[in-house]
Write a protein that binds this ligand. Sequence first.
Ligand code: KG4
Ligand code: ZN
Length: 337
Amino acid sequence: MKNIYILGIETSCDETSASIVKNGCEEISTVVLSQIDIHKDFGGVVPEIASRHHVKNISMVIEECFQKANLQIKDIDGIAVTYGPGLVGSLLIGVEAAKTLAYINKIPLIPINHMSGHIYANELVKPLKFPLIALVISGGHTELIYMKEHYQFQKIGGTLDDAIGECYDKVARVIGVPYPGGPTIDKWAHEGNDSYQLPLPLNDDSYNFSFSGLKSAIINLAHNEMQRGNDIRKKDLATSFQNTVVEIITKKTMKALKDYQVSNLIVAGGVAANKGIRERLIELCEKENIDYSFPDIQYCTDNAAMIAASGYHAYLLGYRASLDLNPKSNLELSNVK
Ligand code: KG4
Ligand code: ZN
């Protein structure tokens, strides 16, 4: 059978990335240019600055990706590009680059939902097995998705307010950790003691999540301690926060697997890198005989390899975009056609 090479392009937030993936699972080359150091000073991503850097870097990133792969554009069967959700100005740069390459070289253009990319990052580890439950946890999303087949996404639950990664970053900020604070909180959570009492958020029978109450509880706790002139035990707070998050995330995920009678779990998104969540889910899945998969750490946060992996299945299913493709900042996963 002929090999299929997909070029993936990702610019939805603060990473400019291009990747070439063979047959949806074999990464040939990936280039990720992160702007984290630029946005750190502002405590989060500044959309206008992000788009300017995408403009400056996109051509260079794509060129370097081809050089590393030792391939040429004529070898590419489809160009998969993230067109949502994300920052509209950032998405636009990737979409325009992909459209230009597709038009000039007469290559099919494949529209990709960023969240599907996070899910398909798992195909770079091993083939997805259906039916499955996907736990999608990132800076912008916290969702439980039921998938009966490739590209059939049924959202069964999600956050009612803040996304989990956003909550990690805000808690980190309160205790003086620079953006993005998730990885440091995760590290500290393994070094402290669970000595702060925190509320278990939205501890009900639904598959929904809520993190704003937990975030406010931590902000209030930090302010009260400061007003009393007390130091915050930062590592202990990280441990108590992470334990609370792990408990509610794993409880609802395991409930979804049980209720939907599914024995395959995949975890996706930037927060899938979290050691606490990984350890607890692995422990529970092994106990319950659930097959599980996490992307390799470098494919948890935003990258174009996951977009190309998703693009391969979209390509096989015949999904194509025309040259009037526009970015959609609030694109829903269920909207993927
Ligand atoms: O998926 P991603 O790269 O961007 C979005 O699509 O949102 O996720 C970035 C998020 C940030 O909030 C970051 O703090 C969080 O993932 N993150 C982590 C860890 N590594 C990255 N959160 C908790 N623990 C980690 N180890
Ligand atoms: Zn993402």
